[in-house]
Design a protein around this ligand. Structure first.
Ligand SMILES: Nc1nc2c(ncn2[C@@H]2O[C@H](COP(=O)(O)OP(=O)(O)OP(=O)(O)O)[C@@H](O)[C@H]2O)c(=O)[nH]1
Ligand SMILES: [Mg+2]
Length: 254
């Protein structure tokens, strides 16, 4: 008799395989919004396709996803709307793509942000990871292209990385669907509040700046009680960020 060898995901203790339905373009009545962000060419659209069953354009050159794509999946009866953002190296809003990604993470108020990073270029990717963690505290790092990392003998201490960043880190090889069940489970646990992230934030801010930031933060929160990250916005106001000033004026944050 033939014995079927179970894949890692089938034996995974937490993932409920029968609880997953790929919803394609159907994103009506969603319970949670999930953003997919990351550097160009890290496999965001591959992750998007694995979760939604769609066929977003993927390929081996950067800048393929130019506008955001949306799709859905259902997991354990909750519906998730997934938004595939263009790849960017930073969120400084110096290009249209960066602005689109930043605006969505900030104004789209995703319940979970999945940051897809290339495990072979972790150091370079961390720049964007840390910028995203300044804006949102509900995030998971999807450490993708692990198959290539293994081939290149790149060894990453996932537990230490997760502890230092203050968010869950899930190693994946999205092209081969490896780690995707764990990623889905982690997304659902962040969305439901079962996992609480404590992301790494810039410390050692000079006293006088800290004081100004505190004053501004209090004022912002008084004016906009449900604002996503008042401290980050306070920093942008001190820098004179025109886009953020304008967003506060027009009430785009509400
Ligand atoms: N070996 C390997 N290749 C992968 C993996 N994930 C994605 N790829 C490949 O990497 C290339 C880029 O993937 P995409 O999903 O298009 O990347 P993206 O981040 O959406 O790219 P942009 O939209 O251009 O920013 C494609 O050729 C994928 O097939 C993986 O886990 N392992
Ligand atoms: Mg893409």
């Amino acid at each position: 008799m033939e014995t079927k060898v179970k894949s890692a995901c089938e034996t995974c203790a937490h993932f409920n395989k029968d609880g997953l339905k790929k919803l394609g373009i159907h994103t009506d009545d969603f319970d949670f919004i999930v953003a997919l962000a990351g550097n160009p060419n890290t496999g965001k659209s591959t992750v998007f396709n694995a979760l939604t069953g769609l066929k977003q354009h993927t390929g081996n050159w950067p800048g393929k996803t130019v506008t955001r794509a949306e799709g859905g999946f259902e997991y354990n009866t909750e519906k998730y709307k997934l938004v595939d953002l263009p790849g960017t190296y930073s969120l400084m809003s110096t290009s249209e793509d960066e602005e689109a990604a930043r605006d969505f993470i900030l104004f789209g108020k995703p319940d979970v942000t999945v940051i897809v990073a290339d495990a072979n270029r972790l150091e370079r990717n961390l720049n964007l990871v840390l910028q995203i963690l300044e804006i949102t505290d509900k995030a998971v790092l999807c450490l993708n292209l692990m198959d290539e990392a293994k081939r290149n003998k790149v060894d990453i201490d996932v537990r230490t990385l997760s502890r230092d960043l203050g968010i869950p880190v899930v190693p994946t090889s999205a092209r081969f669907n490896q780690g995707i069940p764990e990623l889905i489970q982690t997304i659902s646990e962040i969305a439901s509040g079962k996992i609480v992230c404590k992301p790494h934030r810039i410390k050692n801010v000079p006293k006088n700046i800290e004081k100004a930031v505190k004053t501004l933060t209090d004022q912002i929160e008084k004016e906009f009680p449900n604002i996503p990250n008042s401290r980050w916005i306070a920093f942008r106001l001190l820098e004179g960020d025109k886009q953020i000033i304008n967003a506060l004026r027009t009430g785009e944050f509400l």
